[in-house]
Design a binder for this molecule. Sequence first.
Ligand code: HEM
Length: 188
Amino acid sequence: MKKIITTIAICGIAAAMVSTTSCKKNNDDDMVVTPTPTLYDSLGGTTMVADPTNSGQMIEKGRLGIRSVVDSTIFVIAADTALNKFFPVLLAEVTAGNTTGFAALSKNLTDFFCVATGAKNFTYAGKNMVDAHDPAKNPRMNGKSSTADFDRFVTDLVTGAKKVGLSDQLIGQVGAVVNTTRSQVVQK
Ligand code: HEM
């Protein structure tokens, strides 16, 4: 059941990002179908590049861009007194030098945004968006979040994205994806 709900949540977002196609005639008058790039493509797509934080490993450029925004945003939120009260478990772990939870959150958020922006080579295996933000289902979430908290999260995401040099146009498109989760994340 959890898997089904997760799939529905992700499909809902993916539907918003679904890649369309356009048709053009080539010189031989044949119809050529060209897929319209997804947001994931615009973020760098499947081109393999060296992973700057894992020496000797390669990573899709789109995933690297998303992971950079995610990690940057986690740091912005960790320093934001309006939001960091929601993350007591994570902050206590990191303060004690344990980065396991940070790595898991970074991976899950990165997978989530990869799938939501149209990546084909990754899947999201974390909690569905309702459970992830329900303190009864996720003890790492300290309290339910409001519309104001969500808006603040988006502000921090924009700050995090700007810090790693994402263009305003791409930030706007990522923001639109994020907004599709609002009704699931806001629970009070
Ligand atoms: C804006 C859209 C948001 C998205 C797409 C999002 C996405 C996610 C995802 C994918 C996870 C990981 C779930 C898992 O590991 O199974 C997560 C965890 C979490 N989210 Fe969100 N979230 C959003 C907004 C918010 C807001 C507004 C808050 C609080 C005000 C919040 C607080 C948390 C907390 C506390 C966790 C658990 C962190 C931990 O692992 O310690 N999120 N979120």
